[in-house]
Design a protein around this ligand. Structure first.
Ligand code: CP3
Length: 354
């Protein structure tokens, strides 16, 4: 087989605007605590150990794919690995991730390094290249890499961990915007090198997570977020891997997200897919946007919601996903039901027509 006849994964074909038999399906946070197999591993190893031990991370990345047959494997890692590689001390406690000391001054920002992805985060690239080998017999399934965006990473770095109102971050934005830009720029350089290394290691699609991008109004977004999305997207080897842009709480920002021309916009559940399409144009590939809490409901409620979503999204320019990550109390049977419903969509359409 030469390069051009090698079969591309369904997910990548969706990003290239192909008309497909059905939309591809995967879920943000598809690996994790809702799976008993994952909880078993976490009894013995901490979260960070599970990310950094390539054998464990490989096993965890493959768990949802093996159990439910999603169309993609997303590497098991966390968006806070690059800030750690920039020089911060990362921990995960009961309340989520934290840094031992937060970034508050110019000296703090200047002390951060721009890491070399292979030297400082080599385990991530080893994970990806190993996963590609694991998937060698299944060229239809895509391998996804990812990174957090500068604004979201800066929020954890400046707050020192999870925050309710982002007071330190927003105060820096008003008090010393230049300092915040300096930090965002350093993170941007880190993210570009990191994602290109992931693509070189075998990621076939990369997703940018800007989980906290939605806390800014459009003017703030234009100043502190959009330029960095633009730079990252321009800096990536996109001929080798399409790029998905996800911003949580993005109902007021979709047009601005489209301006940076990602291959895919991942939509949260506050906007419908047809409405998002009207706003960003028919030619943009959209991903989303089942409310992850819908997966906690009864099967007879969930299944029609999934069907409705597929008929809104259709089999071109659409990737089935959730509007934000799966939560730990998600029943595994519902994840299976949702995946199966998407995967058999066409067959059911055909049988209901006869
Ligand atoms: O999607 C996947 O299956 C890949 C794995 C993945 C994780 N984190 C594993 C994880 C991905 C893509 C992420 C991204 C991530 N991490 C984001 C952006 C996406 C989003 O959900 O908004 C953010 C904001 C983080 C930072 C982070 N990591 C938080 C706030 C927390 C604590 C909250 C929580 O769910 O526990 C984490 C921990 C984390 N990252 C877990 C997992 C499976 C739980 C760790 C555990 O086992 O206790």
């Amino acid at each position: 087989m030469n390069e051009s006849t090698k079969q591309e994964p369904l997910l990548v074909r969706a990003c290239r605007h192909e008309v497909l038999e059905r939309p591809p399906v995967w879920f943000m946070r598809q690996a994790g605590r809702y799976m008993p197999e994952y909880r078993e591993i976490r009894k013995k190893y901490s979260f960070l150990e599970s990310c950094k031990n390539v054998d464990l991370a490989t096993e965890i990345s493959l768990q949802p794919y093996k159990a439910f047959g999603m169309d993609a494997v997303i590497m098991f890692c966390d968006i806070l690995i690059p800030p750690e590689a920039m020089g911060m001390k990362l921990g995960f406690g009961d309340k989520g991730p934290y840094f031992e000391s937060a970034i508050r001054t110019r000296a703090d920002v200047e002390a951060l390094s721009i890491p070399d992805p292979m030297d400082d985060m080599g385990f991530v690239m080893n994970l990806l290249s190993g996963l590609r080998r694991e998937l060698a017999d299944d060229p239809e399934t895509a391998l996804i890499g990812f990174a957090g965006c500068p604004w979201t990473l800066a929020s954890y770095m400046i707050e020192g961990g999870v925050s309710k109102n982002f007071a330190h971050l927003r105060r820096m934005m008003y008090d010393d915007p230049e300092l915040l830009h300096l930090l965002l720029e350093k993170i941007t350089q880190t993210v570009i090198a990191y994602l290109n290394a992931q693509i070189e290691a075998g990621a076939q699609l990369v997703q940018l997570f800007d989980t906290w991008g939605g806390i800014l109004d459009p003017a703030g977004y234009k100043e502190f977020i959009q330029p960095y999305h633009r730079k990252i997207i321009a800096g990536l080897k996109r001929d080798k891997a399409p790029v998905v842009l996800y911003v949580n709480g993005s109902a007021h920002l979709l047009e601005l997200m489209a301006e940076v021309e990602p291959d895919v916009i991942s939509v949260d559940w506050l906007t419908t897919i047809p409405d998002a399409r009207k706003r960003v144009g028919d030619n943009m590939v959209l991903q989303g946007n089942l409310d992850p809490i819908a997966l906690l409901t009864r099967p007879e409620v969930l299944e029609p919601m999934v069907r409705d979503m597929i008929s809104q999204g259709g089999n071109q320019n659409y990737i089935f996903n959730v509007g934000h990550g799966l939560i730990p109390s998600t029943p595994v049977e519902n994840v299976r039901l949702a995946v199966d419903t998407v995967k058999t969509w066409n067959k059911q359409l055909a049988s209901s027509a006869t």
